[in-house]
Write a protein that binds this ligand. Structure first.
Ligand SMILES: C[S@@+](CC[C@H](N)C(=O)[O-])C[C@H]1O[C@@H](n2cnc3c(N)ncnc32)[C@H](O)[C@@H]1O
Length: 122
């Protein structure tokens, strides 16, 4: 098992890499959108960055194994006032909730969570 985490801020990534992580954890410095295709596929993904959620969502879904789980936060539209932000959250929500490869559930908790499973046969 590996646990990959990606941070594009080099200084922050270097700081994170210094922590005493258990051996499965690998801290990568770089753009998650670019690295996703090279890292492999995952049983669990938490899309917690701009890249891979607001942009490059397709790459995140592609990296999700059949039966795997994707957790997406910041999905409560009530958190946003600017039109551009509302449009962005509407688009991510639409894609997660209507993609035939996925089964998605909205959880009205914290910042608004969408929990997604990739169908095993899609
Ligand atoms: C909401 S913070 C989450 C940080 C960390 N997961 C945590 O819980 O402390 C988002 C982080 O994603 C990083 N980030 C934004 N876009 C990224 C991208 N395309 N690739 C990698 N990291 C990115 C930012 O630099 C920022 O540190």
């Amino acid at each position: 098992m590996v646990i990959d985490t990606v941070e594009r801020d080099e200084e922050l990534a270097a700081l994170a890499a210094q922590a005493d992580w258990p051996s499965p954890v690998r801290v990568h410095s770089g753009d998650a959108e670019g690295l996703l295709a090279t890292l492999g596929s995952y049983e669990l993904i938490f899309a917690d960055a701009e890249g891979g959620k607001w942009t490059g969502l397709d790459r995140t879904i592609a990296a999700l194994r059949p039966g795997g789980t994707l957790v997406v936060d910041d999905m409560d539209p009530a958190r946003y006032t600017e039109a551009a932000h509302l449009a962005a959250v509407a688009e991510v929500r639409r894609r997660l909730l209507t993609d035939p490869r996925l089964i998605a559930a909205e959880l009205p908790a914290a910042t608004g969570l969408i929990l997604v499973t990739r169908r095993a046969f899609a």
